[in-house]
Design a protein around this ligand. Structure first.
Ligand SMILES: [Zn+2]
Length: 713
């Protein structure tokens, strides 16, 4: 029996109990079996979902512990500015090319293999011919679909709907009558399905979490529930009847957290409490799974402990961020979502403790996290190596999503500041300016001699590219929030918000700005009827001196890292002007960060800067340059907007020097520098925004720059 037929027979006998059928009959039977029970399901699913489709990144309308509510993505138009070009590239280039990449690399074939329409070739993780099947690969398709859904919510690229609809039909074709849907654990892998070891390493419910998020976003964009229903079927028909805390249920482990936040969002979408309860169960862990006692499962040499997976023990017992960075941050997102629904103080306490651990010990200045230590994991406190930063794009996105949820819970600027830091730097660096290649790692120092590629069009584990695409597509949802008494402004860019207050009065807020290249923002608020509310305007923590004017009158006591409340009876057209302090800032890390010792980083506005070797004159090895901090250093750093460079960036030029003794290249590990006197000459260092690195020919890069100064920083 050919291998392909053998796979089908396993399916026949073990999964669907259909025997002695030809392949054609099998497909027909599968199709019939798929459709018949779902007729009844469809009716029930319809009744579960509240009317009205479009919501924000999250739907917090009924989340009783969300201080801030989200705005629909379609309520904000971003145009002619920093993010508009990024988002246009995302929809015009990144999403279509990612479709082609996924087709080429077998991601859609993984589904076609099981819908009977195509004899797609089966592969495994380590094969390159073609590399289609891999545990967790389905999630890449779902993230890409979620990105399209967000783009459709902005109504910017309706033509993407045809592409998405075609992909969704391919996905749906592979769902089994049981509700199960995962393109890896099928055929000869069925026996591994949902095994305890598979729950740790196999990404089954992680993928289904992404299926749900894509389905919810697509439903909100189009009203089409087909993809969402597929996710609901998986949980309702396959998972919940068999797995959970009940005595008759088998235990379930969230080996790669992610489904928790999806389940909470499904609860918000359907009002079905079972999904929230399942999220809580996963966040708590099941004592019947003896993770540590049984000895760790190893996969790819990594011990799958509860620490590494950031699951399996009560989330509320955690006090440190540890283990796989994306897993940990996605778990934090799920826990924050659970808090937003329940207000459980134990969760709030754990989330606050973990956030403090993040910002005081484990986050790079770019907002990225994770160390290249073989496990894609958090390091020890202050272990923040620059060249060996792991700083995965997905981890930065997880950090952004977590801070967004904490901001929604609290309305505190510390979360908005962290969200902005990671968005503009650690996330934004992940996609090339042309939208066709991506960083998996986002190190803070780079040497092309390492042989490590910085950007690629496709990664074998291609989690980051579609994750970046969905983040840029969903960006309008992060700009504003609403609360009972007003509207909150979190992010700045040329944009218009069209909103309706709870009293029914319409309001538009238009931002006019050249942010982040300069610090002037003008907000024009137009109300259809005179309306009293508070406009909460975020004053970033990095802006030490901010000026604010309301209708031309200056506002006193504008403090950094606050939301400036502007309460008034808004009438007609009124303006609020802001001027943020864009003076370049010279940052030093605590001396405990060994990698940053005797070095500084430069930040201007929300942007962290870096040196790329290609810009430096005279040409020298990267370690030959120092920045000169004598005098009033920030006054000596000059900012120039250069429209033709890197899509238009503000370049910083700083006084410095170059050590002429440093060889441009050398095979010597050590060399004596005592035999000759120091020979340094003045040089002007050129810095570009970190997000724009690795968009020209490969060259050395550094964020943290050695400095010379007569006194110590
Ligand atoms: Zn990733």
């Amino acid at each position: 029996m050919p291998h392909r037929e053998a796979e089908l027979m396993i399916l026949d006998s073990e999964q669907h109990r259909i025997s002695n059928l030809s392949r054609r009959h099998f497909v027909a039977a599968l199709t019939t079996a798929s459709v018949m029970p779902l007729v009844a399901m469809e009716a029930r699913e319809e009744s579960l979902i509240s009317p009205g489709s479009e919501r924000g990144v999250l739907d917090l309308d009924h989340s009783s512990h969300a201080k801030l509510k989200t705005i629909p993505i379609g309520a904000l138009e971003i145009r002619n500015g920093f993010w508009a070009s990024r988002r246009t590239t995302n929809t015009a280039v990144s999403l279509p090319t990612m479709h082609d990449q996924m087709e080429h690399h077998g991601r859609f074939d993984n589904y076609r293999r099981w819908d009977g329409k195509r004899q797609a070739y089966r592969n495994d993780f380590h094969s390159n011919n073609p590399p289609g099947l891999r545990q967790g690969a389905d999630s890449e398709v779902y993230k890409w679909l979620e990105a399209i859904a967000f783009a459709l919510q902005s109504n910017t690229s309706p033509e993407l709907k045809t592409t998405a609809d075609r992909a969704i039909s391919i996905v749906l074709g592979a769902q089994e009558p049981s509700g199960y849907l995962d393109t890896y654990f099928v055929g000869d892998k069925i026996d591994e399905r949902m095994l305890p070891t598979t729950q740790m390493t196999g990404h089954e419910i992680y993928c289904l979490g992404h299926l749900l998020m894509a389905g919810i976003a697509y439903y909100r964009a189009t009203g089409d529930r087909a993809l969402l229903n597929a996710g609901i079927r998986f949980f309702d028909k396959f998972l919940i009847p068999q797995y959970g805390p009940g005595a008759s249920q088998k235990p379930l482990l969230s080996g790669h957290p992610g489904s928790e936040m999806a389940l909470v969002e499904l609860y918000r979408t359907t009002s079905d409490r079972r999904y929230l309860d399942l999220a809580a169960y996963l966040l708590k862990g099941d004592e019947r799974i003896p993770l540590e006692r049984s000895g760790s499962v190893h996969y790819a040499h990594i011990p799958f402990t509860s620490t590494y997976m950031f699951s399996g023990i009560p989330f509320t017992s955690r006090t440190k961020l540890a283990g796989h960075a994306v897993r940990a941050l996605y778990a934090c997102c799920g826990a924050a979502d659970y808090y937003l629904e329940t207000g459980d103080p134990e969760y709030r306490k754990a989330l606050d403790t973990l956030w403090q651990d993040l910002v005081t010990h484990k986050m790079y200045v770019t907002g990225a996290v994770g160390v290249l230590n073989g496990e894609e994991a958090f390091g020890d406190p202050y272990e923040l190596p620059n060249e060996r930063a792991y700083a995965e794009s997905c981890a930065s996105i997880g950090n952004m999503m977590w801070n967004w949820r904490l901001l929604c819970a609290s309305g505190e600027t510390r979360f908005a500041d962290t969200m902005e830091r990671v968005l503009y730097n650690g996330v934004n660096s992940g996609m090339s300016l042309d939208g066709e290649s991506y960083c998996y790692r986002n190190p803070l120092s780079f040497d092309p001699a390492s042989g490590t590629p910085s950007r690629k069009e496709w990664w074998n584990v291609n989690c980051c590219p579609p994750n970046l695409e969905r983040t840029f597509a969903s960006l309008p949802g992060y700009f504003y929030s609403t609360s009972e008494d007003g509207i909150w402004v979190h992010l700045y860019d040329n944009s218009t918000l069209n909103w309706q207050l709870t009293n029914g009065n319409g309001v538009t807020i238009t931002q006019k700005t050249n942010y982040p290249w300069d610090g002037d923002v003008e907000l024009t608020i137009v109300t259809a009827q005179p309306t009293e509310f508070t406009l909460y305007v975020r004053i970033p923590g990095w802006s030490k001196f901010t000026k604010a004017n309301v209708k031309g009158a200056p506002v006193d006591d504008v403090r950094p890292a606050t939301y400036l409340p502007i309460h008034r009876r808004w009438s007609g057209t009124e303006t609020v002007s802001l001027h943020f302090d864009m003076t370049p800032q010279i940052l030093a890390a605590t001396g405990r960060v060994e990698s940053d010792a005797r070095r500084v980083a430069i930040q201007r506005g929300p942007l962290v800067y870096c040196m790329e070797q290609i810009d430096q004159e005279p040409a020298a090895a990267m370690d030959a340059y120092s920045i000169d901090l004598n005098g009033v250093a920030t006054d000596r750093i000059k900012a120039t907007y250069e429209p033709s460079l890197l899509g238009g960036v503000t370049v910083l030029r700083a006084p410095g020097q170059v050590d002429e003794r440093t060889p441009t290249s050398s095979d010597q590990l050590y060399r004596s520098i005592e035999v000759s006197p120091a020979r340094s000459k003045s040089a002007t260092l050129t810095l570009i925004p970190y997000y724009a690195w690795a968009n020209r020919e490969p060259c050395a890069m550094q964020v943290w720059i050695p400095y010379v100064r007569r006194d110590r920083v």
